[in-house]
Design a protein around this ligand. Structure first.
Ligand code: TRP
Length: 330
């Protein structure tokens, strides 16, 4: 069985974008893979995090992951900082990766923005830590969004250079399971931007604990254009908001855009939105109530994370100990 590793930011209650883009896929991978799911708090602090909020958001993300069907007994769910192997291997990878490689990472440029001099050095070496996350377990399959493809290529470059420099075939090649743009959920206010926790407007996203009234309000207010729903896929081009709502509907049904257009083509957005609201409420209500139930028992979440960390360390520690021996540490 292939070993899968993936990470998600401790961003609190996930959005519909997190769910359709990542989490739902994680749950499906559990059927025929050995999975490690990591809440990446070490990565989170590459930009400022309020300590109280960080802890709370880690609990919320964990509660929601459990509610979505992440299985912490057959698989492993843990907070990154609780397994020291990530940091230990991350340092070694800081010494393998070349500055020139990191300078090509587009995410650093995006996240650092204009004031690059003031970005943390952690943000710069973020991809090295991500490589360590995966290689500390000899994981070979990594589900990620399109935006992480470059980081996975870097992780493979690091593995190759390590293997070459130390003259052994120690780290396996990673195969990305890149989720196509179909799984990409965009902002409800601007169909050209990704649905995100960091958007200042809560109206731009559906959170997995939004109640039915809130879901209805946000979808009714979601930006559209004045044309009816088209019947042909080609007519969705240049209509990012329409494409996004159709895409969400399709993803919730596990269908494609074309199937939705067959059923709703020619209709106005009013009735389409009503159907979308109904579908969202049907799919998300059970997740919302499960998440709330878990959040009422923080002790349970903490125990799940602790057990997960112990089991993760049992895999990573011997691998990283071997790396340290290879490198020549005492
Ligand atoms: N960088 C990833 C993201 O922003 C999160 C992440 C951290 C990750 N470590 C990982 C994903 C390891 C896959 C494997 O989505």
């Amino acid at each position: 069985m292939q070993r899968v590793f993936s990470g998600i930011a401790p961003s609190g209650i996930p959005t519909l974008g997190n769910y359709l883009g990542a989490i739902r896929n994680w749950v499906r991978l559990q059927a025929d893979h050995e999975c490690l799911w990591c809440v990446v708090d070490l990565h989170a602090i590459t930009v400022w995090q309020d300590p109280v909020a960080l802890r709370q958001q880690t609990l919320e993300m964990t509660a929601a992951l459990l509610a979505c069907g992440v299985n912490p007994s057959e698989h492993i769910l843990f907070p990154q900082s609780a397994v020291r192997a990530h940091v230990q291997l991350g340092w070694i990878f800081n010494c393998i990766a070349r500055v020139g490689w990191l300078n090509r990472m587009t995410q650093f440029k995006d996240k650092a923005g204009k004031d690059r001099e003031n970005a943390s050095s952690g943000l710069y070496v973020y991809p090295n830590l991500m490589a360590a996350d995966i290689h500390a377990y000899h994981a070979t399959r990594v589900p990620v969004g399109d935006d992480q493809r470059q980081h996975l290529e870097l992780a493979n470059d690091i593995a190759k250079k390590f293997n070459h420099d130390y003259g052994m075939n120690f780290f396996p090649n990673i195969e990305p399971l890149v989720l196509g743009p179909a799984a990409r959920v965009m902002s409800l206010r601007d169909g050209t931007r990704k649905m995100s926790k960091s958007d200042t407007s809560d109206q731009s996203r559906i959170n997995l604990t939004d109640d039915p009234d809130m879901i209805a309000l946000k979808i009714r207010r979601a930006k559209t254009d004045s044309l009816p729903i088209p019947s042909n896929l080609a007519d969705l081009e240049e209509r990012p908001e329409a494409r996004n709502l159709i895409g969400i509907f399709a993803a919730l049904l596990d269908a494609d855009h074309a199937t939705v257009l067959t059923n709703y083509g020619g209709m106005g957005f009013g009735p389409f939105k009503a159907a979308l609201i109904e579908l969202l409420v049907e799919k998300l209500s059970p997740i919302a109530s499960e998440t709330r139930r878990h959040l009422n028992d923080k002790g349970l979440i903490i125990r799940v994370l602790k057990t997960g960390a112990e089991r993760a360390a049992a895999i990573a520690d011997p691998i990283v100990a071997e790396v340290e021996r290879i490198v020549g540490f005492m």
